[in-house]
Design a protein around this ligand. Structure first.
Ligand SMILES: C=C(O[C@@H]1C=C(C(=O)O)C=C[C@H]1O)C(=O)O
Length: 277
């Protein structure tokens, strides 16, 4: 780790974070940790595109995109994941899951878009035709047999003609016995991660100590019941990329590779270690 003072003439590190409630504990203390950084917020899919296009240096990127960009490195043990029901990633079904022929995918998502396809392929051997669900569209606007929704809008109950819903965190953990990871802090090549890793980890630890306050603030801002917000942040989400979460990620990448949704010779790259398969 470098102990040199920050160079005030160096260009600011451009950091992109997810614009959902689930990210608040990871970023609440981040600017204080990295005063020189430029922090912006966007939907997960757009963060991946911005990182790929060089408009960001580091992003809380959908983990499937890390597999599609082997030049990126994971630069923190902070992540957005779960060890059971996640509450904010759902597939809503108009037809029985075994009969789904068309699947609409929330345009904010990349990781869950692949997870939904993995679960349908594993259980029923089906590969539905994919359609976009634009960010501004409600699941009710789509006529697909099943609709994936993620993020804040997935937390609220959806009305309409849906007969069944899957919580994809719950379904993954039930099927595999492993945690799931939706997003990780990823950096483009050439970024010095030595100051970033302790900053992202420390911001996460600070955020988790302040969950009660975050729940009060966010419940009011989002007009959601405070107990629901607190339960979501404290019990549904998991913010640690530990060994079991990495095993979950590994299995997810393997299944995505088998379905041809990523290249199947992919090594997860951490800035200070390599996990070889
Ligand atoms: C748990 C969630 O994880 C999100 C899901 C992502 C995806 O599907 O690509 C990416 C980032 C995460 O913010 C959620 O947004 O509800």
């Amino acid at each position: 780790m470098s102990s040199a003072a920050p160079d005030p003439t160096a260009p600011a590190t451009r950091i992109g974070a997810v614009t959902y409630l689930n990210t608040v504990p990871l970023v609440r203390g981040l600017q204080a940790q990295l005063p020189m950084a430029e922090l912006s917020f966007n939907y997960p899919s757009r963060l991946a595109d911005e990182l790929a296009e060089g408009r960001l240096d580091v992003a809380l990127a959908p983990c499937i995109e890390v597999a599609r960009h082997p030049e990126w490195s994971i630069v923190s043990t902070a992540c957005i994941g779960c060890r059971g029901p996640v509450l904010s990633v759902k597939v809503l079904f108009r037809r029985p899951p075994a009969e789904v022929r068309t699947l609409a995918l929330d345009e904010g998502s990349r990781t869950s878009a692949v997870l939904a396809q993995i679960l349908l392929a594993d259980r029923f051997g089906t590969r539905p035709r994919l359609q976009p669900l634009p960010l501004a569209s409600s699941p009710l606007d789509s006529t697909a047999d099943a609709v994936l929704v993620i993020g804040d809008r997935a937390i609220r109950p959806v009305q309409g003609d849906f007969r069944e819903a899957w919580d994809l965190g719950e379904e993954w953990v039930r099927e595999t016995g492993l945690p799931f990871v939706f997003a990780v802090w990823a950096a483009r090549p050439g970024i010095d991660a030595s100051e970033l890793e302790p900053a992202f980890d420390a911001a996460r630890d600070l955020g988790l100590r302040e969950l009660e306050t975050i729940a009060t603030e966010q419940a009011a801002a989002m007009d959601l019941p405070r107990p629901l917000v607190l339960q979501y942040l404290r019990d549904n989400l998991n913010f640690y990329l530990d060994d079991s979460a990495r095993r979950g990620l590994d299995l997810y990448f393997r299944r995505a590779g088998e379905l041809g949704l990523i290249s199947d010779h992919f090594n997860l790259r951490f800035h200070d270690c390599h996990v070889e398969r």
